[in-house]
Design a protein around this ligand. Structure first.
Ligand code: SF4
Length: 438
């Protein structure tokens, strides 16, 4: 590494100079509040800046402090996160906020006991704390739920200007290209080398020349942000802007024409197709929805009853004929052209029967296509309107509860549905439903 020292020094200077003129004006860059920076970093995991912007602003408006995040109801935090996906992030964020609050309350109680100040107060009383402090020690930050080495490094460098390295997808791409690293960055040895490079770079950042209106003292913070920003704006996965790149003269991949080959992430897992059928069941102007239980993907979010079926449309021509016959015989309703699938196949009929839905009047509503990790998901929504006195009671309805509860189905008005946190795909179904009924 010693022979690279001059290159590292030059690289740091180029990155800082470029960032001073090209940094995007992002709201979380206008603050040093570690809580605000922490929220932004968690939201930005797997998510683009333009998507995060309105979510971050709304979150900070509604829950501006660690204490507010700790005290918020699960419904509130899920609603604020609705659409961002990867909901474990928000649950961990709240768990960490509660941990910080509990720890500082315990410390305060202990101080009061030692100082004999607590004699007039009960042991269990929550002490009055004006504001809770986000930890400024890397080890303490790393120990919080949902915070890994990258996030801890980002928070400590950006909020406290500590020389803590960061290595995420953007930084890996930038470093493997600049240093011409052809090995797979997921391999232990190569990953360790990249962390080492990131650490050397952030450690070499020195105070910048004073610049009017610009923060030039947070040099460790600026260096880390410049690496992320270069990866986001210039050294992008596809069609990187090498001709205008500030570090092109130092970039091995550019010099050796290997940019498209780096980073070498090995062979990607082939995408897997999955098919879900959702039933939008209406009775007396209300719709049946249920809450996903804890411990599964999208836990605590709401959805229309749905089931996964085989990805192929119909398992056999005989079943396809049977399905067509069933609907010709039992339903006079004309299927609209709003859905990509015009007629329910046998798999859909079987899925409907699993829910105890025997009415033949299934109308196509919409098809939502989306991707989660390697899964390419197709969600077909079918609408069913039950008569006011219909004897059909879908099986997911255990009881007629007044309040929504886990796993049970409840009938809710469209306005009430709107106020719940729905999964992104089911939110699209609801929007489609609202648009069609206007
Ligand atoms: Fe990335 Fe091209 Fe710049 Fe090298 S020259 S760092 S490949 S944008």
């Amino acid at each position: 590494m010693a022979e690279q020292n001059p290159k590292l020094k030059r690289l740091v200077a180029l990155l800082l100079g470029w960032f001073a003129h090209n940094a995007r004006d992002l709201p979380w860059r206008r603050t040093r509040d570690p809580y605000a920076i922490w929220v932004s970093e968690i939201m930005l995991q797997q998510t683009q800046v333009k998507t995060v912007l309105p979510y971050w602003e709304r979150w900070m408006r509604e829950l501006p402090t660690i204490q507010a995040a700790a005290k918020a109801s699960p419904e509130k935090i899920h609603k604020l996160w609705e659409g961002l996906g990867y909901y474990t992030r928000v649950r961990n964020l709240q768990k960490a906020a509660r941990q910080i609050v509990a720890q500082q309350n315990a410390n305060l109680r202990s101080c009061r006991r030692q100082g004999n100040e607590s004699q007039t107060k009960k042991e269990s009383e929550t002490p009055h704390v004006v504001s809770y402090k986000f930890p400024d020690n890397f080890g303490d930050v790393l120990a919080l739920p949902g915070i890994g080495r990258y996030t801890a490094g980002a928070i400590c460098s950006i909020a406290f200007n500590q020389p803590t390295p960061i290595l995420d997808g953007n930084v890996i791409r930038v470093l493997t290209r600049i240093f011409g690293i052809g090995e797979n960055p997921r391999e232990k040895k190569t990953n360790a080398r990249l962390w080492q490079l990131a650490e050397e770079l952030v450690g070499r950042a020195v105070p910048c020349p004073p610049r009017r209106g610009r923060d030039t003292t947070s040099y460790h913070s600026l260096l880390n942000q410049s690496l992320m920003e270069l990866g986001a704006l210039v050294c992008t996965p596809r069609q990187p802007q090498c001709p205008v790149c500030p570090v092109k003269k130092l970039c091995v991949a550019f010099r050796e024409n290997r940019v498209a080959k780096l980073p070498n992430l090995g062979r990607r897992t082939a995408p897997t197709a999955r098919r879900f059928i959702a039933f939008v069941i209406e009775r007396n102007g209300k719709f049946l929805v249920r809450q996903r239980p804890a411990g599964i993907v999208n836990a605590h979010l709401w959805e229309f009853p749905n089931v996964e079926i085989a990805p192929n449309q119909c398992s056999s021509p005989a079943k396809r004929d049977k399905s067509a016959h069933y609907f010709r015989r039992k339903s006079q309703s004309r299927l609209t052209s709003a859905a990509t699938v015009q007629e329910p196949d046998w798999e859909i009929i079987r899925a409907a029967k699993r829910f105890g839905i025997t009415t033949p009047v299934l109308k196509p509503l919409c098809t939502v296509k989306h991707s989660i990790t390697r899964y390419r998901i197709m969600l077909e929504a079918w609408r069913i309107k039950l008569g006011g006195r219909s004897s059909t009671t879908p099986k997911i309805l255990g009881t007629r509860r007044a309040r929504p509860s886990k796993n049970s189905g409840v009938w809710l008005s469209p306005a009430k549905l709107d106020s719940l946190a729905l999964t992104a795909a089911h939110r699209k179904i609801l929007r489609h439903l609202q648009t069609r009924s206007q």
